[in-house]
Design a protein around this ligand. Sequence first.
Ligand code: SF4
Length: 276
Amino acid sequence: MTGNQGDSVPACDRVPRPTQVVGHRPASSAPPPGSTERAARLDCDKLDDQLKVIRQREHPDLKIGPHCDDPYTCPLHDHCWAFLPEQSVLDLYHGTKKGFGLLDQGVILLKDIPDNTKLTENQAIQRQVAVTGQPHIRKVRLREAIGRQGSIVAFNAKFEKGRLRECCEVLPNFAPWLAHIKGRFVDLLEPFRSFDYYHPKQAGSASMKAVLPALTGRGYEHLAIQEGNTASLEFLRVTFTEVPKVERQRVRRQLEEYCGHDTEGMIWIFNALRKL
Ligand code: SF4
């Protein structure tokens, strides 16, 4: 393809039909009757569209939309979406369609969403936070989420309680609450650290990264972020340094996937132990 807008590119009806192509096809892969003609028609339609685009002097002025991530994320995503500022309407929680609708109306920022726009309760909180610049915190609800009884399961509870203590140094109002709940922690690390259970695949480690695959067959290989150090560094990088918004969003999604896997992993470990 030379970029010449003349007739150097063959029109679709001049491209050989697949039935005319010989060789390279194993006999066993012969297509079912009629399918080659259908495929040829489909390919021609696509090819004509592609040729029209290729012959244009300017790239098509396409808008971003759900097609950018469906059926997979477009490689040009970061480029095309770079114009979006922080706190844009595409951040609306469970609001992709609504967000693109607002963009079509010229509303880009969450804080500019018109009052008469129908929003869910969570989306309304997002707009309010964007307007005030202050976080929305339901402290009572947060405390109630832990409840007043029942176990709080952690893998390496000593470590988790240490981080909570550090949080209370910054937010001392929560110190009495932590003192009240810390006796309820149950440490899922204990049976592995004490070798009440040991699998050869743990390779001398009682960490969750070793225990989870050994006990349940579920690992971390499919995740973009696979262990805690990377998670911490990535969190710091996208939170406290200048990175494009789309990258920050992508890393936050990856962090949520990693944390979700670690949390659900404790349930899988617990259920596997119960079956022993
Ligand atoms: S990200 Fe890809 S699909 Fe979306 S507008 Fe850009 S080029 Fe098109």
